[in-house]
Design a protein around this ligand. Structure first.
Ligand code: AP5
Ligand code: MG
Length: 217
């Protein structure tokens, strides 16, 4: 079985940005449950229509639905190993991973204050065509030059709801994984490159890499 990592953090903390980089450098799959669900919504599938009811309000999609998606993707790529972005998000989802004996090497918690989250998400634009290109303020995609768009759940009231849901249901996982002994906390404020270096340093326990924004407490 491959190496599996979890990126845990509030909405807009940079999970997607950093997961893509980490998966690229470690040659792992990048599994974003949010992106998979948005893909289903774009296809107008039954699953997508069900998920949109929750996502548009900033609520979580039911645990069983999300777990089925993760199990399917992981199950068909069991040996590859993955960076899980935005999963698990509830205590039940974390337990489901344990029950299915999906071993997690490290949980990297990206810490970003709420006010920075609101600032980032209210400025976010993305390209529907390239999907993963997420950038600030640009009118056209830097890759395919299509017009940029705003995510359906990046409206101010929905951002607030997502943050509230995060604090209530997902934040308790920090203590859960700390107790499991696999949590590393990374300061998520800084440049994308700085945070990437902090993340990689959590995977390398050599003395020279201790510090630099890492907090294992
Ligand atoms: P999901 O898609 O996972 O959204 P999220 O957790 O709210 O997080 P985001 O994708 O908004 O942010 P991110 O942390 O990936 O940050 P990003 O890199 O984009 O989930 C959406 C919905 O799907 C949920 O609300 C729920 O309904 C459902 N769902 C998904 N998973 C589920 C699950 N497991 N269970 C139940 N329901 C589930 O960066 C954000 C912005 O900041 C970007 O503009 C980026 O360019 C910018 N940025 C990135 N890094 C930096 C930096 N260092 N400095 C400044 N800006 C930065
Ligand atoms: Mg994301």
């Amino acid at each position: 079985m491959g190496r599996n990592f979890i990126l845990l953090g509030p909405p807009g903390s940079g999970k997607g940005t950093q997961a893509a980089m980490l998966a690229g450098s470690l040659n792992l799959l990048h599994i974003s449950t949010g992106e998979i669900l948005r893909g289903e919504i774009a296809k107008d599938s039954k699953l997508g229509r069900q998920a949109a009811v929750y996502m548009d309000k900033g609520d979580l999609v039911p645990d069983e639905v999300v777990f089925e998606i993760v199990e399917h993707v992981l199950g068909t790529n069991r040996k590859a190993g993955a960076v899980l972005d935005g999963f698990p998000r509830t205590r039940r989802q974390a337990e489901m991973l344990c029950e299915h004996e999906i071993a997690i090497e490290k949980v990297i918690y990206i810490s970003v204050p709420d006010e920075e989250i609101v600032r980032r998400l209210s400025k976010r634009h993305y390209c529907e065509k390239c999907n993963k290109v997420v950038t600030y303020d640009d009118e056209f995609c830097l890759v395919c030059h299509s017009p940029m768009t705003v995510r359906a759940d990046d409206k101010p009231d929905v951002i607030r709801k997502r943050l509230q849901v995060y604090h209530e249901l997902t934040e308790p996982l920090i203590a859960f994984y700390k107790e499991e002994g696999c949590l590393a906390k990374v300061n998520g404020v800084g440049t994308v490159a700085e945070i990437n270096r902090r993340m990689l340093a959590t995977l390398d326990n050599s003395d020279e890499n201790k510090g630099g924004g890492i907090d294992n407490t």
